[in-house]
Design a protein around this ligand. Structure first.
Ligand code: 5GP
Length: 261
């Protein structure tokens, strides 16, 4: 598939122009960053796993009628996507209080929320993605009230779906981040779920042991990140070529090795 020029490079992904107008190729890198780029590393195999996990989740969401930018996965590291105009906001959905919420408000870590909480952050690395209110969003025209209402509804549907999907494989969905974009279809603006949904963008805890199966393993120096992401992929039964992945013991900090068929 023809890959055009690089349009954008982020911390964990690169976006290239796609083979047709309105399409793009999303490439998943192995780079990991945390604390606003203060902590950086490269973790071999992370991009491949996130590509597969995100493909699985976005395809499942498509099947329940949630429109996403994903057209198809094209290889181990890349997806063909619709090119959208990204809304410069991160939508954080929380079921259990942890991370920045507990630091900001002094809430006890692990407090189960009665209802899911949606927070908005302004996407700006230099400012450290600051939390913003609905009033900031409309005042600075980052999105309209109608768009936010639509997006909030989608966030809650995604949360409902993913809570069930993960609970079915013994994983608690603690919180996650979503991004959305606009696209024009027949002269009408539509909202599409964009970016990725993976252990890089979600907090996932084992139901019994509360073992972290997400990027907090990197943020908090817990090690075994690839093994944790692999465990998520195995539990979701989305590694059909798993026979070709050399098994890595959970305590070895070596990365997953992918062999050609
Ligand atoms: P917190 O605000 O507690 O740091 O993060 C809440 C949730 O959103 C976590 O699941 C976290 O992984 C995700 N999240 C928030 N901001 C970002 C970001 O800039 N990049 C990524 N990959 N995930 C984020």
């Amino acid at each position: 598939m023809h890959k055009g020029k690089k349009l954008y490079e982020g911390k964990a992904k690169i976006i290239y122009a796609g083979p047709e107008r309105g399409t793009a190729i999303q490439h998943f890198k192995d780079d990991a960053t945390a604390y606003n780029n203060l902590k950086k590393s490269t973790i071999e195999g992370k991009g491949v796993l996130n590509n597969r996990i995100s493909e699985h989740i976005l395809n499942s969401l498509n099947q329940i009628g949630i429109k996403t930018h994903l057209i198809k996965r094209i290889n181990m590291r890349e997806q063909l996507i619709r090119l959208v105009e990204i809304i410069p906001l991160e939508f954080i959905v929380r079921n259990i209080a942890t991370g920045s919420l507990t630091k900001r408000l002094g809430i006890t870590d692990g407090t189960v929320l009665d209802l899911p909480l949606i927070e908005y952050s302004f996407k700006n690395d230099e400012l450290g993605d600051p939390l913003v209110a609905l009033e900031h969003i409309t005042a600075f025209k980052w999105a309209s009230i109608e768009e936010i209402k639509k997006i909030n509804t989608i966030c809650l549907r995604v949360n409902d779906f993913m809570l069930g999907m993960f609970r079915g494989v013994g994983i608690k969905l603690v919180d996650f981040k979503l991004e959305f974009g606009r696209i024009e279809i027949n002269g009408k603006k539509e909202i599409l779920l964009a970016d990725e949904i993976s252990p890089d963008t979600c907090r996932l805890w084992d139901v019994v042991s509360e073992k972290k199966l997400d990027k907090d393993r990197f943020r908090k120096d817990l090690g075994n990140l690839i093994q944790a992401y692999q465990e998520v992929a195995h539990r979701l039964k989305i590694l059909p070529e798993e026979a070709n992945i050399s098994e890595v013991k959970f305590n070895k900090p070596t990365a997953v090795r992918l062999k050609k068929k």
